[in-house]
Design a protein around this ligand. Sequence first.
Ligand SMILES: Nc1nc2c(ncn2[C@@H]2O[C@H](COP(=O)(O)OP(=O)(O)OP(=O)(O)O)[C@@H](O)[C@H]2O)c(=O)[nH]1
Length: 345
Amino acid sequence: MPNNTQAKFNHNLTLRVIELAIITMAITLVLRPLFVTLPTLFTVLNLANLVLALVFYTLVRLDLFPKWECILSLVIAIILIMPMLALSGGVNSQVACILPLYPVFAALIGGYKESLLVTIFLTVCVVLATIFSTDIVDLSEADYSREKSVVRGFWLTMSIIFSGVFGRFFLKKYTEFTEQLRDENIHDPLTGLLNRRGLNRNFSRELDSASLSTSPLSVLLIDIDYFKKVNDMYGHDTGDICLVQVGKLLADNIRKSDTIARFGGEEFIILLPGTTQLDAVKVAEYLKGIVAQGKFSDFNLPLTITIGITERHPQNDNALKMIKRADKALYKGKDKGRNCVEVSE
Ligand SMILES: Nc1nc2c(ncn2[C@@H]2O[C@H](COP(=O)(O)OP(=O)(O)OP(=O)(O)O)[C@@H](O)[C@H]2O)c(=O)[nH]1
């Protein structure tokens, strides 16, 4: 879903991950020499890494390359870690324990593709480092047997693959969860139709494509007549069932390309792209007819609807203006006695 909210979330997450890396690097730089005596090259490399990470952090913070920040983060991470690993014993290096974290980070700030690429890249590097472990220069001058290197290389490879699989699993759950939230966010829980938020999204999409293609766009505002009586006489539960059934009946009798939404209480709205006001009247008459023929709830209640119609004006029109015009037409229909179709002036 790379929409604006998602992009912002990824950007903030990238910043947090870099901040975490910088803090870890700074702490290592200060505290490590207190416990072990390291060759100067390590300190120089650590300092260079810290400067590179700080520069990169500033660039991400200024949002200079939003599209590239994820892939660059991964490349920079590899630039930071690989020379350090190569100088400190390859798979036997203490720094190697950080490697399995990368596929998860890649999944968090990038996605499936990035995580898979990082997993493959690191696995290949670790396997090569294990095979050629005796050729790796170890500036810390530690001594590792061939067997020990193979065992460490094996477990490191397993951890990286496990982390890659976990990253994928995490992303799948996260995607399902956000999709479910997004779905709930734009649907009316009672009727299952789009709610106002969903309507607004589709309305602006239809208005944009209508103005680009100069094709007509009509709106039907539909209100169930005397609905208060249904609630008063048969109870709110029966009223709810009627709303669900009317909504379904309307939704089943429009085209796939049309949009239907619950506009509020006992009102529905239908967007008819590519439809003139004249054709919209035919659609409205048809819908009015099938509702009038229906029987709703367990009480087989007869219901009627009144429909107000408007068409998009070629100049300076918007959703709010169109809904206002359709609402005016609807109330003209109510004044005329209900169960009718009215067009806006
Ligand atoms: N059961 C149920 N009733 C609802 C819901 N939302 C709104 N209503 C009811 O819909 C009724 C709307 O009443 P009115 O606005 O007076 O309209 P009406 O009785 O349909 O009369 P006209 O629209 O003038 O034909 C009210 O009784 C609301 O309580 C809902 O989600 N469920």
